[in-house]
Design a protein around this ligand. Structure first.
Ligand code: SAH
Length: 255
């Protein structure tokens, strides 16, 4: 008898942005495989009755290999368990949820995807930066900054990106920030283009660093910017105002 696997997005952080459906499947789970990204507030509410497995993927350091995670999910589902795979944000936005769905399908295991609010939109939003705006951006591109832009076979077209209008939102980009900004400028994006980096969105210690394409790397180095962080490049960044995020508290702003 096969169980079922729920690929669940936790939202960008905090219980307020966890969906009802996510809460429901978490609370009735036999097994929960989780990452650190959902954050302490949510992880503290995982049911005591469930077997909880920390897959601990964070800032590029993997404590459990993707194949191990997948085989654990498959194994527990084959035991007839209700398995929750809990991920930060949305499970299908740079979360490897798509790959996990494929593996589960191959094994004829039932899968339900529970969408989550992605950090790619919500984290800029919580600091008062809309990713689209009628006067500033009619297009938005989401990309992973995990990839070294100088490598020959890049899956990202940096030349196209540098010339494209609208907003660029980069996830997992802190480590390669210098390469990303240099690559965009090399391909013609002006150095004065506004950039925001929002670290630890929706957490008590959320911090925003504002700069331009030409000086953001220096600023980020000076203030020790660290993952998890969202990088926003584009004219919408000009809408940022210190304190504009309302309910979401931010202790430090580097402007
Ligand atoms: N599936 C997730 C993204 C996973 S990739 C989603 O939809 O949000 C991990 C990256 O997401 C991090 O490196 C960071 O760039 C971003 N991220 C996720 N949560 C974040 C948060 N609360 N604050 C800042 N960045 C966050």
């Amino acid at each position: 008898m096969n169980g079922i696997v729920y690929l669940v997005g936790s939202g960008p952080g905090g219980l307020g942005l966890l969906t009802f459906r996510a809460r429901e499947v978490i609370d009735s789970a036999d097994v929960i495989l989780y990452d650190q990204l959902p954050g302490d507030e949510i992880l503290a509410t995982l049911p005591a009755s469930a077997e909880k497995i920390n897959c601990g993927k964070f800032g590029g350091s993997h404590t459990m290999k993707q194949e191990e995670i997948e085989s654990l999910m498959v194994e527990r589902a084959h035991q007839g368990k209700r398995v929750v795979r809990l991920k930060g944000g949305d499970p299908f936005v740079f979360g490897r949820g798509g790959e996990e769905m494929e593996v589960l399908r191959e094994q004829n295991i039932d899968v339900e995807v529970v969408p989550g609010i992605t950090s790619a939109v919500a984290v800029p939003e919580c600091s008062g930066i809309p990713v689209t705006h009628r006067s500033h951006a009619s297009q938005v591109t989401f990309l992973t900054g995990h990839e070294d832009p100088t490598k020959e076979e890049s899956a990202i077209d940096w030349e196209w990106l540098a010339r494209s209008p609208g907003t660029i939102v980069i996830l997992m980009g802190v480590k390669n920030l210098d390469l990303i900004t240099a690559s965009l400028m090399k391909h013609g994006m002006p150095g004065i283009k506004p950039v925001a980096i929002i670290e630890r969105g929706f957490r008590q210690d959320q911090r925003v660093t504002i700069g331009s394409l030409s000086d953001i790397t220096e600023k980020a180095r000076a203030t020790g910017v660290a993952p998890p962080a969202i990088i926003v490049i584009g004219d919408v960044v000009s809408l940022y105002r210190d304190g504009s995020e309302g309910a979401w508290s931010r202790k430090n702003t580097n402007q």
